[in-house]
Write a protein that binds this ligand. Structure first.
Ligand code: SF4
Ligand code: SF4
Length: 199
């Protein structure tokens, strides 16, 4: 059984990789700025996190950071495992379709972490997938009606800053946990990591 907290802290230190919070800072700050201008998700049902629009995939480092946060908070329990499995099964996320052009068709799914009410997402911003943090309302009270978008420039800026280090670290995690994938739908990735750290 791998101690995920120790393992991640060792990786940050040995690879000079800034921690989860630091690598998301630029996106989290922009989100806070939008919120201070009333461009927030408070009155939305979380449309972008449902099967209508969500196909979020995560790589090993993002998945491990989400996993660690949930484990430390005592939230990665049997109930969550069941919910993740249900999401996978209901949306056939373990069966991605190849388009035959070296790429796969991404299935959409309603995220396991989408909660009802004003909180919206059940994950902490310090570990949330980059793509989730970068998708925000463009207008006041946008309510998800086509008035939200990804801040591509900011996502690229973040990626440019950390891409090579994250690529290197993803390789190390894959080797350590014997993972065969680069990115998976988040629920599948979390279940894979959960199994891998037990071995
Ligand atoms: S992690 Fe949070 S923001 Fe991202 S899709 Fe799931 S509920 Fe939505
Ligand atoms: S980003 Fe847009 S669609 Fe997504 S929860 Fe916020 S307001 Fe709703």
């Amino acid at each position: 059984m791998i101690n995920v907290t120790d393992y991640l802290e060792n990786i940050y230190k040995s690879q000079d990789l800034p921690n989860a919070r630091k690598r998301r800072e630029v996106l989290v700050n922009e989100m806070a700025k939008l919120e201070s201008n009333a461009k927030d998700c408070a009155s939305c049902t979380g449309l972008c996190c449902t099967f209508i629009a969500n196909s979020m995939h995560t790589d090993p480092i993002q998945t491990l950071e989400i996993y660690r946060d949930l484990v430390e908070k005592g939230l990665f329990n049997e109930d969550l495992v069941s919910s993740l499995k249900e999401t996978v099964q209901n949306n056939r996320l373990d069966n991605e379709l190849s388009t035959g052009k070296n790429s796969t068709f991404r299935r959409t799914y309603t995220c396991t972490f989408l909660t009802k009410g004003p909180e919206g997402c059940g994950l902490s911003r310090s570990v949330k997938p980059y793509g989730c943090l970068g998708f925000n309302p463009d207008q006041i009270e946008a309510q998800g009606e086509g008035q939200c978008s990804s801040n591509i420039d900011l996502l690229k800026q973040r990626e440019h800053q950390f891409e090579s280090l994250e690529e290197q670290v993803n390789g190390l995690i894959k080797e350590k946990l014997a993972l065969t994938w680069n990115k998976l739908p988040m629920p599948v990735a979390l279940l894979e990591i959960h199994e891998a750290v037990k071995n």
